[in-house]
Ligand binder design. Sequence first.
Ligand code: HEM
Ligand code: HEM
Length: 325
Amino acid sequence: MQSSTVNLPRIVAGTLVVVTGLQLCSGALVTTYDAAMAVPDWPSTYGHNMFLFPLREWLGGPFDLMLEHGHRLWGTVVGLLTLVLAGVCWKWPVAPAVRSLAVAAVALVVLQGLVGGFRVLLDSQTVAKVHACAGPLFFAVVVAIAALARRGGEAVRPSTPLAARTAAGLVGAAYLQLVAGAQLRHLDAAVDPRTFHFLVGLHLLGAVAVVGLGATAVAATRSGASRGAWGWSRAILFLVGCQIVLGGGAWVAKYGAPSALLPEAWRMSQPVVARSGSGAVIVTGHAVLGMLLLGAAVALAIAAGALARRPVAAAVRGVGKGAFA
Ligand code: HEM
Ligand code: HEM
């Protein structure tokens, strides 16, 4: 039975946004605590069927085992809920684009689970980087489904061309910044200093781009865009400010304070795993906030009509028929 008052795709997609957000936090903690190999087999856990692994050994065992096994179990919840969402989008009268995104979400979550497993089986940092970049991509797709389903097939309100383009640029910049951050986070201890300097420079340049686009988005959505777009762009600019502070903190937690920016301080030190409580919170917080910023940029892009086919023409005609309507 489909009631006109209940928007089931929106409810399921919204729940999946939250459930996936928790999975991003749990994964980031696994990386921060270097717990990836705490369970060396997969899909089993120490020879047990993953779902039958004794609760006492999971919750009463070492911290890193608790994190890694918990990440796998929560990943199953994410996967199952994604299948439910795809089923709901299939049965419900949703826009074709929502249906396509739901199919993409299923493909991405299966891929993410497999990549996570192979990261363990191959004990590979390269695979870990792929996993770190694909997880937030899946999150972005789920956010897009939730944002589009919320509109229940209504037209995406057209925005000004600048707002729409800036929002789209912000999605791209946030993702590239995340990819650059993942290279720093999963650094090979034997990396040569020039590569390290390049990655740091790229990440700082990315931060400048994200700040610039965030500020432009606020200015561009001030008038002529929806209230949602205006709200999202201000929230993003605020979060980007927090992210810069956390980024500086993550640097200090991992490499120590750059005392007076002497050349000495520029020299790369061995990557240090942030095991102190506050260091772990800062480093994990920086990684997670970067992933959430990507989701927020996607929500802004949709609210600003960046995905509408012809925002300008629609605005001129005053009809606002979007691609996802
Ligand atoms: C359902 C979807 C999943 C999502 C969205 C997800 C997401 C993530 C994220 C965001 C990270 C942190 C990366 C970073 O901080 O740089 C991570 C780490 C990790 N995930 Fe997943 N994950 C999922 C499923 C799985 C599964 C099924 C496994 C199976 C073993 C797994 C194994 C790992 C491992 C081992 C790490 C640590 C990587 C490292 O530090 O080298 N993940 N995950
Ligand atoms: C808008 C600004 C920024 C964004 C969106 C951002 C985003 C990210 C993300 C998403 C990651 C983790 C990627 C992953 O593993 O999946 C990361 C890592 C990192 N970022 Fe940023 N970042 C920003 C600014 C900065 C700044 C200003 C610094 C200061 C130097 C910084 C330092 C770092 C460091 C050191 C890491 C690696 C952390 C680790 O190894 O655990 N970031 N960044």
